[in-house]
Structure formats: structure tokens, C-alpha cells
Design a protein around this ligand. Structure first.
Ligand SMILES: Cc1cc2nc3c(=O)[nH]c(=O)nc-3n(C[C@H](O)[C@H](O)[C@H](O)COP(=O)(O)OP(=O)(O)OC[C@H]3O[C@@H](n4cnc5c(N)ncnc54)[C@H](O)[C@@H]3O)c2cc1C
Length: 435
């Protein structure tokens, strides 16, 4: 089985994304050598691991973070930057499945996740440039009604009144694609520069005392008291272990691998559009559509269209990411035909069968979280915080969140990727046919 950490990336080399250009990453942190002792060892330095490390270090625990590549190297440093409300499942579905009270508790968790990101960015990460506003768009009148219905549900059930409902005409004035029929704009959601957010979290975790080792891939974890975490050249004896590798986690923990499956998503950045930018998006908001294979976009600070789409569950990236996405972008925005594409990149994220996050206890002193399914910018920090609470002995919130249903993918670890690839092809076809 190919190691997810290296199948599309070079060791410790950030992808050539729009976000990474011009960023001063500083020298690499030392890899782990020899034996170290920690209260908590965190595997993975994305949002999940960094929030866990920051929370624990702020509470005086000795935390060691082991990162196979570099901090913020994974999905956290290269995503669409959308800080979305709720979960990747309608609130009505969650209420029907979990019951009214549990669904309300889950909504409150998701609200906390968003607030953590927004508050942290406003106080500690000015370069992340958090801005409010995420639109969901639909291609048909019934789908627009469904979005409006959802906004009503949130207002009536949870008192959430930050969603604007737009008809076809008012929406066309904001998102200028002839394909859309209307949608909603959620002003309680937002968007940001994902890599700057991740790097500010690194600073905060280190300032609080967390020790981060880069180029330190974890090959093996032996449970016990303490647990033994091994890399190529070192080992950490830790009272607790937090696993935060999400879509990049190699096949180390069968219970996680059977529930969290990596898929690839891709992005492009056009050349700066100048005055043409408002011919695409008249407000500085992020946008996602309701396709099964979702398209998402927003404008960058320098007026480029950052356009993304989820494209495959196969092992490798396609050879021509730019070509793949340009076609989709031009179909949606014919006014951009021929515009230059300056950057193209991809990354892996974890999804689950229900598209709800997966929080698992693997041993009394070992917890894992992943599978945020396109909602990870908001939900991963919350998962990190709640895992930190759990290993520090406050388990209630972890236990509640881990009741989100995330059954195993059918087919077991060997068959799950081919089966998902087939499913994505099928959903892509349905999107094309408008089914
Ligand atoms: C192109 C793209 C666009 C996206 N757009 C959005 C969006 O707009 N909104 C949204 O909410 N979500 C989006 N996502 C998903 C979101 O980015 C993720 O859910 C989120 O970043 C997950 O954070 P994480 O810390 O759990 O994982 P990651 O950021 O992937 O971090 C995991 C880290 O663990 C390390 N690691 C793994 N295994 C090991 C090991 N054995 N030893 C040591 N280190 C290890 C990896 O190197 C990596 O750095 C997108 C993802 C992609 C790829």
C-alpha cells in the first residue's frame, strides 16, 4: 500500500500553491533523535494536532508534536479556506438521526469550532485575513428552496439568523455565473488564508511550550502506560497519544483507516483579475456549490480567483490539474475564458461514510480524530481541543462528539479506495447529467 505521506509530495517540501509563494517558512525544526519523555505525544502538525498541542501546552503539559514533513504541510496549508457552519450533512438529517437534543449539542460544537478560528485569527493571525461570508449555491429552483429551507430550520431551531436567502436575481448580482439559480449567504461563516492560519497556530503552540519535530514520521505506536511512539531515528514515551494525521495518515491504525478515507481535492489560482474580479464575484465571500463533486471558489487578496474542486480518490494526482479545473471554471464563468492560471496544486483530506467527523478512542490513553469531509477548517481545531481535554481527564465532550455516526467503509482497507473511486465517478456523472 502506498504511503499517503509521499504519494504526491516530496519530503518536507511545501506544494507550489498560491498560498506558499513568498512565505518565509524559516529553517526546518530538528527531527526527533533518541528517546524523549512527554505527557502527550501528538502525531501531525495540521490544525487538529496544533490546536491539541497548543491547548495542552497552555495548561502546562509537556507536549511533543511529531510531523512527518513540515508544520502546516498537509491539507491545513493548502485548502480552500472556507470556515463553514455546521457539518457536511444537513442539520435536519442530523436532528432526525441523533434526536433534537444531541443535534443541538452538535450544532453548538460546530459553532464553537468556527468561533475558535475567527477569534484566533482576529487576535493572533492577522495575515490569515479572516473575512465573513460563505455562499452556498444551487443549480435548480428546487435545490434553492432546499437551501432556503435549511436556513429557516437553523433560524427556528437554533436561533441562527445570519443567513441571507437569495433568489435567482439577487444572487446573480453577487455570484455572476449563468448556471446558478440562487442560494444563501451565511455571514456567520467565513474564509481565510489557510497556510497563514496554520503557521500562526504553530507560533502559538510553540510559545506555549510545545516542542515540534519535523521530518519525523511516526512508523509505529505501541500502546501501554506509557505508550511508545517510534520514528525512524527516535522514540517518545508518552502518557497519552493524540493522532491527528487525517488524510495523510499512513495505514497505522486499522480502526481509523476503516473509517477515514483519504480523497484528493485540487485548486488553481488565476492571474490577478484586476477590475474583472467583480465580474465574477461582487462580494468578498467564499462560495461552494451543491454538486456531489463540489466546486468551491473565492477571490484572493490580490484579486485572483482561487477555484477548487474535488476530483479523485485514486492514489495519484492527475498530470494536468490546471487543465482539469480550468474547464470547470470556464464552464461556470465563461467571462474568464482564456485567463492565465498561475498556480495549480492538490492535497488530501479525510472523509467518512456519513461525511461527519470521526473521533475515536483507540486505547485508554490514545485518541484520534479525522474525516472532517470538507468542513475541517472549522471543525479540526475543535476536535484538537476536545482531544486535549480528553487526555487531560475531561472526557465528556470527547465522548459526546464521538457519538457522531461514522461506520466503516465497506470493503475493508484494501477495497475501500477502488470502491470510493467508483462512487466518485458515478457522482461526477450524475452531476454532469444534472441528476
Ligand atoms: C485542496 C483542499 C481544499 C480544502 N478546502 C477546504 C475548505 O475550504 N474548508 C474546509 O473546511 N476544509 C477544506 N479542506 C479540508 C481541510 O483542509 C482539512 O479538513 C483540515 O485541514 C484537516 O486538518 P488536519 O490537521 O486534521 O489534517 P492535515 O492538515 O492534513 O494535517 C495532518 C498532518 O499529519 C502529518 N502526518 C500524517 N501521518 C503522520 C505520521 N505517521 N507521522 C507524522 N506526521 C504525520 C501530515 O504530514 C500532515 O501535516 C480542504 C482540503 C484540501 C486538500
Amino acid at each position: 500500500m502506498t504511503n499517503a505521506l509521499y504519494r504526491n509530495d516530496r519530503p518536507a517540501t511545501y506544494p507550489a500553491s498560491y498560498y506558499a509563494q513568498g512565505v518565509n517558512f524559516g529553517p526546518e525544526r530538528a527531527a526527533l533523535h533518541g528517546e524523549q519523555r512527554a505527557d502527550v505525544c501528538v502525531i501531525g502538525a495540521g490544525y487538529t494536532g496544533l490546536w491539541a498541542a497548543k491547548t495542552l501546552a497552555e495548561n502546562g503539559l509537556r507536549v511533543i508534536v511529531l510531523e512527518a514533513h513540515r508544520t502546516g504541510f498537509g491539507a491545513s496549508g493548502r485548502n480552500g479556506g472556507q470556515v463553514r457552519s455546521g457539518f457536511n450533512k444537513s442539520p435536519r438529517w442530523i436532528a432526525q438521526r441523533l434526536g433534537k437534543d444531541n443535534a443541538r449539542a452538535m450544532w453548538d460544537f460546530a459553532q464553537e469550532g468556527k468561533a475558535m478560528v475567527r477569534d484566533f485569527c482576529l487576535s493572533h493571525a492577522p495575515k490569515a485575513q479572516f473575512k465573513s461570508g460563505v455562499a452556498d449555491v444551487a443549480y435548480t429552483a428546487p435545490d434553492v428552496r432546499a437551501l432556503h429551507d435549511e436556513a429557516d430550520f437553523l433560524r427556528l431551531e437554533y436561533g441562527y439568523d445570519l443567513i441571507e436567502k437569495h433568489s435567482n436575481d439577487s444572487f446573480q448580482a453577487i455570484v455572476k455565473s449563468p448556471l446558478y439559480h440562487g442560494g444563501i449567504v451565511d455571514m456567520g461563516a467565513g474564509h481565510l488564508h489557510p497556510l497563514h492560519y496554520a503557521l500562526a497556530l504553530v507560533d502559538a503552540a510553540e510559545s506555549a511550550g510545545a516542542i515540534i519535530h519535523e521530518r519525523s514520521e511516526v512508523h509505529d505506536v505501541e500502546s501501554g502506560q506509557p505508550a511508545l511512539v517510534r520514528t525512524g531515528q527516535g522514540r517518545v514515551l508518552a502518557d497519552s497519544v493524540i493522532i491527528a494525521g487525517n488524510g495523510y495518515l499512513p495505514h497505522l491504525f486499522p480502526k481509523v483507516a476503516s473509517r477515514v478515507l483519504p480523497i484528493n481535492s485540487f485548486m488553481i489560482a488565476t492571474a490577478p483579475l484586476g477590475a474583472r474580479a467583480t465580474d465574477v464575484l461582487a462580494r468578498d465571500i467564499a462560495v461552494a456549490d451543491n454538486k456531489h463533486v463540489v466546486n468551491y471558489f473565492r477571490l484572493s487578496d490580490d484579486g485572483r480567483l482561487l477555484f477548487g474542486g474535488r476530483a479523485n480518490a485514486s492514489i495519484g494526482f492527475p498530470r494536468d490539474i490546471a487543465g482539469l479545473l480550468r474547464g470547470r471554471m470556464e464552464h461556470m464563468f465563461p467571462q474568464l475564458r482564456g485567463v492565465r492560471v498561475d498556480h495549480a496544486w492538490g492535497g488530501a483530506l479525510g472523509i467518512t461514510t456519513t461525511r461527519l467527523p470521526c473521533l475515536l478512542r483507540l486505547a485508554p490513553n490514545m485518541v484520534a480524530a479525522g474525516g472532517f469531509s470538507g468542513h475541517g477548517v472549522a471543525l479540526s481545531g475543535l476536535a484538537g481541543r476536545v482531544m486535549a481535554e480528553a487526555v487531560a481527564g475531561q472526557t465528556a465532550r470527547f465522548d459526546t462528539l464521538s457519538t457522531l455516526p461514522t461506520p466503516r467503509f465497506p470493503g475493508g482497507p484494501m477495497m475501500r479506495t477502488p470502491m470510493l473511486a467508483a462512487a466518485l465517478t458515478w457522482f461526477g456523472l450524475r452531476d454532469k447529467l444534472g441528476l
